[in-house]
Design a protein around this ligand. Sequence first.
Ligand SMILES: [Ca+2]
Ligand SMILES: [Ca+2]
Ligand SMILES: [Ca+2]
Ligand SMILES: [Ca+2]
Length: 299
Amino acid sequence: MSKKNFLLILFLIINISFLSSCKKDESSDQEATPKRDLAEQYIAENDSIIEFMETHFYNYTDFENIGNNQTPELIIDTIAGDNINKTPISEQVKSIDIEVKDDDDNIVVHKLYYEVLREGSGDNPTAADSVFVSYKGMLFDNTVFDQRKYPIWLEAKNVVRGFQEFLPKIKRGDIKVNPNGTYDFLNFGIAFAIFPSGLGYFNNGTVNIQPYSPLIFQVNLMTLNRTDHDNDSVLTIFEDLNGDHNFDNDDTDGDGFPNYLDSDDDGDEILTKDEYDVDGDGVPDDSDGDGTPDYLDND
Ligand SMILES: [Ca+2]
Ligand SMILES: [Ca+2]
Ligand SMILES: [Ca+2]
Ligand SMILES: [Ca+2]
């Protein structure tokens, strides 16, 4: 990658906002149409996803024996005509179950289907890390609603849930610095995922996406950074105490600042970094042995 490209990437980072899952203003036009029930909508969309995967194939031959710095683009087409003997996507994907809460806090398990096209050579991101990715987002009618051919930095916790949850399935690549100072990424992870709108925008469409649209994403993971947003020595992934990959609903001391943004998680006026692991053994300290580590225990 050249320095020019790197500047372009910086520019794109500043402008990125698309994948963020923030909601549209619901005050006006959306009042007329009540939001659909999450469980019912999931069943309908999962059926349509399965039917789509049984009747479509992707360009899997383009991903066989690819060079270590190549990134073929995912192309999906109907199994018909000259392509009648292609293997359907349904026979190639794996799935993961993801718990999504509806407005009444009922859990609706959502299946996300994915295929790893190249595993990658480094470590895997968590659902809290910063990732340097290129990607392509598509709808079932083959519309590309968003694409980044040059990688950009994204925070996994700020992208739609489906994107966030399948990122950890692949690994980052190696960085090769060239004699002229440019650099390339090699053997980076490549994968695609298909998931229902409960893991996407649900009733909130975007300019290019109708409400209740299942989404398809190809992601190419160049590299990553672990995050510790409040710099309190506890990685952000470990500040998600209830493990739902929502980092805003864990607030031990109830002061309005979630733990990942709170330098004193239990509000005892001792900074988390000064009581997390004082003896340096890699295990959070628990002086009174009550099972709650000191940094979350205000007595
Ligand atoms: Ca932290
Ligand atoms: Ca949480
Ligand atoms: Ca707090
Ligand atoms: Ca404290």
